[in-house]
Design a protein around this ligand. Sequence first.
Ligand code: FES
Ligand SMILES: [Fe+2]
Length: 440
Amino acid sequence: MENKQINFFKSKDFNAVLKPFKKGTVVKIDNIEVREKEKHLNIGLYGWYAICPSKDLKKNKLYFFSLFDEPLLLFRDENNNIRCIKNICPHRGASFFGGSISNGELTCPYHGAKFSSEGTCQNIDRITCSHIVDNNYNNYAKRIHLSQYKALEKDEYIFVYFSDKSETDLKNINDVLPIKNYELIDNGFSVKDCVSEEVLVDFKCDWSRIIENHLDILHIFWVHGDTIPDKDVNKNVLVSFNQKIKINPTYIESIYFYKSNPTKEFIRIKYIPPGRILIYKGEPSVSRYVQVLDHIPLGDNKARVIVRHYRKFLKNKLLNNLILFKEIQKKIFYKIFDEDYMILKTQTYNHKLGLIKNDEIKLLGEDRIINYFWNWYKKSEEKDNPWKFINKNKELDVYNEIIFKYPPEIKKLEIINNINIIRKTFIRYLAPLIFLLLII
Ligand code: FES
Ligand SMILES: [Fe+2]
């Protein structure tokens, strides 16, 4: 991808962190502990991506999205298995947008070719292009197949394994990394007695910049200080941290301790490449709260984030309903993402124009995890080359309309949520009060 090079990769600070270590030794650079045998992430940009919450993928409904600009779609087949296929009909290349799915059978909207959930064309009676099928429907049908990626359902998320290319036979996709390290239980969390809420948000900015933002603890105080309902997080309490970074083949974890009180933990951030971040406090087994952030690289300058909170407090349904907890929580999420959005957009612009120069940027101690992230990203991008479908002609991009559906890019849901809060507050509190006043 053009202009993808980030100059600060070449900075002296950055290379110092990355220099090779002797086998088996524990090396400390500033506050970072690096263990030789643990120092490499072995997952690149090809891997499992959480695409949507399970409940968003309804039976007999098509779910359109893209990964690295490749148009894809999801559906449940007749056995409730998840299918992820390329959104290109193998007859004449139409999109399945406007098509339909019924009992695992997908119908193309252009000439009505029907594909079984296995991806083969079962019934092309309705194809009328005889110059293409040459009266030999049966033979033709055997030769056209849908192209698929591996997909599955875990922890109430739909995951897709994005790899080098889609295949007409899933058996041809080899070396699939296990899904285990994305599972909450494998990360030490037991969420069966938790309640959760989530929002999805769409951004016109670089996917990797959003990950960087979620690895960055310093901006939380400055940008979100007035919005995050935590007395320790506000604009007037700018703090610095010591950090303990652990690097494993499947994750990077950073634990932040207050510099002023080195035994007091502020937060833990765990990055599980390519797209998942877990934010929590204390040991996972006793943690009362975990935020799961999934980052979906829809395309160039196009990304989605799924945020899900699991919590062990405020579980009472009635109380939650009374205080409109879910709606208020959503409002806070949207506000937080709005606060980041302009920064992320302009930072993406600066990055893509090659304006972020190593000699003009000086990282802070707390930015170390971001260094690791960019190193991993650059190497993975070179190794995997996921941007091969990048759309260079922005005017031709019809997929934004099909794919984008969440705020801050689309404000509609945010407005609906605000109206919901007003409506429910009126019904629950004001209406009974007015009624009471009237009868008195
Ligand atoms: S393009 Fe799909 S049936 Fe013709
Ligand atoms: Fe932020």
